[in-house]
Design a protein around this ligand. Structure first.
Ligand SMILES: [Zn+2]
Length: 83
């Protein structure tokens, strides 16, 4: 289970206390394809983009979810979805 912290996790690293190892850390972020990318993909398909255009969301970080993890213990802290 993911511990949800009342803090503004978006697409930038956040200074926080890791709930797993209790260390003061700056979260490390990485991008992962989530619901928003699939939504954009579906929209691009519907409006008739072909030649693989509908796969663009999977290559653009701005369309993907952001995973915040602890650089100390490597545990996931939060996931920010754009939906
Ligand atoms: Zn940690």
């Amino acid at each position: 289970m993911t511990t949800v912290i009342a803090q503004n996790f978006r697409d930038n690293p956040v200074q926080t206390t890791c709930p797993h190892c209790q260390a003061q850390i700056l979260t490390s972020t990485r991008y992962e394809v989530g619901g928003f990318a699939w939504l954009i993909c579906a929209i691009l398909c519907i409006v008739g983009c072909d030649l693989g255009c509908c796969f663009i969301p999977f290559c653009v970080p701005g369309c993907q979810d952001v995973i915040h993890s602890c650089p100390n213990c490597r545990q996931m802290i939060s996931r920010w979805s754009r939906l």
